[in-house]
Design a protein around this ligand. Structure first.
Ligand SMILES: [Fe+2]
Ligand SMILES: [Fe+2]
Length: 135
């Protein structure tokens, strides 16, 4: 069983958003394997870097998709994305500075945020699409 399992209740659009989310889940699993198997800082930093970049691209794309369908909670949603981007950057800086505690927390923090954000916040897009007959 994977550390972060994909589940049906994570499905949002059966499209680009889900594809990104699945890829992010894979990256979190990769990161978890790397940090728990004691991979070197170089390996972990590389995965973390991909995660930071991919997350930024995903959040931008998701906001565009939301704007395209006139999702009414976009502004609030953007604030959530911004806060997460900041804490992710903060974690990355701490990790780069050599914090061992951060290394072991990385995958947990990312998994918890992603699963909660998808299930609670991104899910609002699905609810909206269904209500407005766009889905
Ligand atoms: Fe998302
Ligand atoms: Fe989101």
């Amino acid at each position: 069983m994977a550390y972060f399992e994909w589940a049906d209740d994570l499905v949002i659009d059966n499209g680009p958003i889900d594809r990104d989310h699945r890829h992010l889940v894979d990256l979190v699993n990769e990161l978890h394997t790397a940090t728990t198997q004691g991979c070197g800082q170089e390996v972990v930093a590389k995965i973390l870097n991909s995660l930071v970049q991919y997350t930024a691209e995903h959040l931008r794309m998701e906001e565009q998709e939301m704007a395209a369908v006139h999702f009414p909670h976009l502004e609030r949603h953007k604030i959530g994305h911004l806060k997460f981007t900041e804490s992710l950057r903060d974690l990355q800086q701490k990790y780069d500075a050599g914090s061992i505690t951060v290394a072991s927390q990385l995958s947990t923090v990312l998994r918890d945020w992603l699963s909660l954000h998808i299930r609670r916040s991104d899910k609002e897009l699905l609810t909206f699409m269904k209500k407005s007959g766009k889905k």
